[in-house]
Design a protein around this ligand. Structure first.
Ligand code: HEC
Length: 168
């Protein structure tokens, strides 16, 4: 009986952790840290071969107003003087990943952040009144922290309930 309760508890915690890892989005600060950590700043830096982080972000947001999709934006990127090098955003990301000796799946958290930025900007650009969950400009750190807080809260409740049930 005790074993089973413990197992159920563990399962719930694992499920919650899986849920968190899928839905937790990087905050703007975390995304910038990844950008540094992955070595993107080898080129993407002030006075470097490519736009620094801030400008990459601005660029992605601007695409939301200028183009219909990330793929279309990617087709307009001039890569070391070469225009039309990328046919899709995925192609661009593959190139960027290999620039730092990684595969796209290694940098998927950062890529997801960029896609979310585009989609959020798209929501605003379209003039739709749907409120964005992250506050613009400030860095959108709140949703991740809020999500973690909720998950930790649920875990604590589950542990308390499991403990009380076991003592009966
Ligand atoms: C070898 C140099 C180099 C490295 C390393 C590199 N990039 Fe780029 N990247 C470029 C160039 C050149 C462009 C073309 C536009 C520009 O100058 O920013 C570009 C464009 C982009 C764009 C399109 C938006 C824009 O600003 O034009 C994104 C998004 C991007 N890079 C992400 C990344 C990410 C993420 C990494 C790290 C995994 C990375 N890059 C690493 C050279 C590089």
């Amino acid at each position: 009986m005790r074993m089973r309760g413990l197992l159920a508890l563990l399962t719930i915690i694992i499920l919650l952790a899986a849920f968190a890892s899928v839905y937790a989005q990087l905050s703007e600060t975390e995304a910038e840290q990844k950008f540094n950590q992955y070595g993107c700043t080898n080129c993407h830096t002030e006075g470097g071969a490519a736009d620094p982080w801030d400008e990459v972000l601005d660029e992605i947001r601007a695409w939301a107003t200028e183009y219909g999709s990330l793929d279309e934006g990617a087709r307009h990127v001039v890569y070391f003087g070469q225009s039309g090098k990328f046919n899709s955003f995925d192609e661009l990301i593959s190139q960027m990943a290999s620039n730092v000796g990684k595969s796209p799946s290694d940098i998927s958290d950062l890529v997801q952040f960029l896609k979310n930025e585009f989609n959020e900007a798209k929501g605003t650009a379209g003039g739709s009144p749907s409120p964005s969950p992250t506050t613009g400009g400030g860095g959108g750190g709140l949703p991740t922290e809020l999500l973690y807080a909720i998950i930790i809260f649920i875990i604590i409740i589950v542990i308390i309930v499991a403990y009380v049930m076991r003592r009966r």
